[in-house]
Design a protein around this ligand. Structure first.
Ligand code: 4AD
Ligand code: MG
Length: 461
């Protein structure tokens, strides 16, 4: 393989000719010289290519070296007199691989709005900001695996098509091969026995329940995969298809769960700061001023930990600041979460022990009978980024919870079996990967940190 532009920019000037490929990002001309910047996506910086118009003069070709064109250049790497780069390429031979006519190629301006770029998701990774997001996202994915693999967790591929609703929120996309124009019915109801799986099936909202199965054989496991939610939430933090990392640990309680969550977030931040410095500098300058410093301080300090009851008490002191009045028993709104992290604690906060009514059936009941061993990690700018809990490990209490919540025990027979045979304390959580990328980059809209966003009324490609 040819060295990437990232590698070339780290090289010393050399005598021999080499070939470089990429896309033209910008171009400027003086009387005798044409300068163009070449990018191949390997890093934020471009390689400057210098063309001596007199020595190298096929005019027809030079006029086609416009923004977006794909080219291959043979030349000599020389020391650059400019401030911006140590080396530049003195072109000897240029081959146009694919032109990008200036009158129709959409990426002409230096800065386009993110809204505009969303409409051309097939071209937006060629911009500086989205290019940087792409590299940070890749580095963060690697850091996720590295964190768990270094700690002996096993990566479990949980199913994408699932027959159970983990969160019990009824926000699932159905998967069916039934003819929607001619649905088979029995007593007025859809006859799913005629469907592909012989029962109702959906896209998974979470790999947790299946991860629990493997935690009960392999102790420490994690999933990292796509999850789907038919939530009708048109916000800058919700997607219909998002990626989630879900560790599940046997012989672990809520404190252990919080420790892993905190270590995990800090690890990924640190990895990205160390390995994506140039891209982080772009976010620091143009997207969220001061983000690098604030992430650094997150790595160096402890997350605050408060109970839901304490958090609500804090919020009640400031009722005037909110659209939704905080009150014990109601779920925290995102304005409340932001207030806690930004105004009260000035950093990430873990809120624990929520009322059972606002949390899922599988969370372990506290002795008060009112709250559950839940924890949400909240961060400035975004609010919730992790949701987790210690799981209910008692068969009786879990059965009672399913009944209380009108969930059909038959659908969860295997989940109940885990409490019947060798049940041990265990805990886990889910980190929304796109929210983490928003947190790391300061990008305001979740649609801009995933290559192909799916949201209400929007799925192109
Ligand atoms: O809090 P949630 O719903 O928790 C679960 O799914 C648990 N089963 C996790 C577990 O314990 N294994 O979702 C976890 C995280 C949220 O904190 C949020 O970061 C993200 O997933 N998330 C979304 N991200 C983008 N778009 C959405 N619609 C999201 N819904 C949840
Ligand atoms: Mg949640």
């Amino acid at each position: 393989m040819r060295p990437s532009i990232k590698e070339i920019l780290a090289m010393k000037p050399e005598e021999k000719s080499r070939t470089v490929s990429g896309w033209v990002r910008t171009r400027r001309d003086s009387k005798n010289v044409c300068f163009f910047e070449l990018s191949d996506g390997s890093c934020l910086k471009n390689l400057q290519v210098i063309v001596d118009k007199e020595k190298y003069n096929p005019e027809a070709l030079l006029s086609k070296l416009t923004t977006g064109a794909g080219v291959e250049v043979d030349g000599i790497l020389v020391e650059s007199p400019g401030q911006n780069q140590p080396v530049e390429l003195q072109a000897a031979e240029i081959r146009l691989l694919g032109e990008a006519p200036a009158d129709s190629y959409p990426l002409q301006k230096k800065r386009h709005s993110f809204e505009f770029l969303r409409e051309i998701a097939h071209l937006r990774p060629r911009t500086n900001a989205l290019g940087a997001v792409t590299r940070v996202r890749s580095a963060a994915s690697y850091a996720v695996h590295k964190f768990y693999q270094e700690r002996g967790f096993f990566y479990i591929h949980t199913p994408i098509i699932s027959a159970s609703d983990c969160e019990g929120a009824g926000e699932m996309f159905q998967v069916t091969t039934l003819d929607l124009n001619n649905i088979p019915k029995e007593d007025g109801k859809v006859d799913y026995s005629k469907d592909f799986f012989g029962k109702q099936a959906s896209l998974t909202v979470s790999g947790q329940l299946e991860a629990e199965i493997y935690a009960m054989s392999h102790s420490n496991v994690y999933t990292f995969g796509p999850t789907f939610r038919a939530e009708n939430s048109n916000t800058a933090r919700h997607l219909a298809e998002f990626w989630m990392i879900e560790p599940e640990m046997a012989f672990c309680n809520l404190d252990g769960d919080m420790d892993v969550a905190e270590d995990f977030i800090k690890y990924v931040i640190k990895y990205v700061l160390e390995n994506c410095a140039e891209d982080m500098d772009l976010f620091n300058k143009f997207i969220e001023k001061g983000i690098v410093e604030s992430l650094r301080s997150v790595v160096d300090s402890d997350f605050h930990r408060v109970t839901y009851t304490e958090a609500v008490r804090e919020l009640e002191k400031n009722t005037g600041s909110f659209e939704f009045k905080p009150s014990w028993g109601a779920d925290l709104q995102s304005e409340h979460e932001k207030f806690l992290t930004e105004k009260v604690f000035g950093g990430p906060v873990i809120v624990t022990d929520y009322p059972k009514e606002i949390k899922a059936f599988y969370m372990k009941m506290n002795d008060d009978g009112k709250t559950v061993r839940a924890m949400d990690v909240l961060v400035p700018r975004l609010g919730e980024i992790i949701g987790g809990s210690q799981r209910e490990d008692s068969l009786d209490r879990l059965t009672a919870r399913l009944e209380e919540m009108n969930l059909d025990k038959k659908d969860y027979w295997w989940y109940l079996d885990l409490r019947r045979y060798g049940s041990v304390p265990h805990a886990g959580f889910g980190l929304g990967f796109e929210r983490l990328i928003q947190y790391l980059t300061g990008m305001q809209n979740i649609r801009d940190v995933i290559p192909f966003p799916r949201t209400v009324h929007s799925a192109e490609f």
